[in-house]
Design a protein around this ligand. Structure first.
Ligand SMILES: C[S@@+](CC[C@H](N)C(=O)[O-])C[C@H]1O[C@@H](n2cnc3c(N)ncnc32)[C@H](O)[C@@H]1O
Length: 264
């Protein structure tokens, strides 16, 4: 995820003064997600491929390439204005559901699904450094064929529905309520069939983030919090911390990628 030139991934566009919201610790339902500025978020985070996103994408690519997937149902949760998690699953997808709650982000995703912007070509090129991906000659056409945008909350995901999934910079960045962070991780994992490979990314130490003029809440997480939230629902867990090089924005410590498989 990344918001812009101080950017990289997943959350935010600029530095992080205290939240101008009514609640001290806003819950997901306190936030006006429909006004999320998809274009500001895209510009800040993904207009140029950052080293941290490249590293996360390479690791995710290698993980899915080794996972033995073929012709499966895939999901990316809280896609926002980021296509690279979906690209990391594309060669293996019979169907690719992009589940997002914000109406503005759903609208942006629908503009991308039938022919995504050139901005994403460098991200695909990173994928295509692996033969499992370069075998897919027309990723744009494939996403148009298998992709579907669904306006769905992570908290309402159906259970045991997909065979592989990603959720990048979502559970950490949709609420200031720690219980909601844990709930979001749990719902994501239980939306996958037992044994499904998954990749999830988090901002560590985030105190919230701006997108355009608006401030959005976060849960200030440490690595141990993320591992604890995933461990009960997964096995073969692998966790990798990606230092900010340079930081995407103020107000966070690093990014963390976790891969694994879901328990039954
Ligand atoms: C920090 S952004 C991350 C976006 C993207 N995954 C990325 O990697 O940059 C958090 C995303 O979660 C979405 N979101 C907020 N509440 C949600 C919910 N209840 N269910 C699903 N997505 C939600 C937001 O609209 C936003 O797109």
């Amino acid at each position: 995820m990344a918001l812009t030139p101080a950017a990289g991934s997943g959350c935010g566009a600029s530095s992080t003064p205290p939240p101008p919201t009514q609640s001290e610790r806003p819950a997901n339902s306190d936030v006006e997600w429909d006004n999320f500025d998809s274009h500001a978020y895209l510009r800040h985070n993904y207009s140029a491929l950052r080293a941290d996103d490249r590293e996360i994408l390479c690791r995710t690519r290698d993980f899915f390439a080794d996972a033995g997937l073929s012709d499966v149902r895939c999901v990316d949760v809280g896609s926002g204005a980021n296509l690279y998690p979906a690209l990391s699953l594309l060669p293996f997808a019979r169907a690719m559901d992009l589940c997002e709650w914000s109406a503005s982000n759903v609208g942006w995703l629908r503009t991308q699904i039938d022919g995504y912007d050139e901005l994403w070509d460098p991200y695909w090129q990173v994928c295509a450094e692996h033969p499992a991906y370069s075998a897919l000659a027309d990723p744009r056409g494939r996403l148009a064929q298998v992709g579907r945008v669904r306006q769905t909350s992570v908290f309402d995901l159906p259970r045991r529905t997909w065979d592989a999934g990603t959720m990048f910079f979502v559970a950490c960045s949709i609420s200031a309520d720690r219980a909601e962070f844990q709930h979001a991780v749990g719902r994501f994992l239980s939306a996958l069939q037992p044994g499904s490979p998954f990749a999830v990314a988090f901002m560590l130490g985030s105190r919230g983030y701006h997108v355009g003029q608006r401030w959005f809440p976060a849960v200030e997480l440490q690595r141990v919090d993320v591992v604890a939230s995933i461990a009960a629902g997964a096995y073969d867990l692998n966790v990798h911390e990606v230092p900010p090089t340079p930081p995407l924005r103020d107000g966070y410590l690093s990014m963390l990628l976790a891969t694994g498989r879901t328990h039954g």
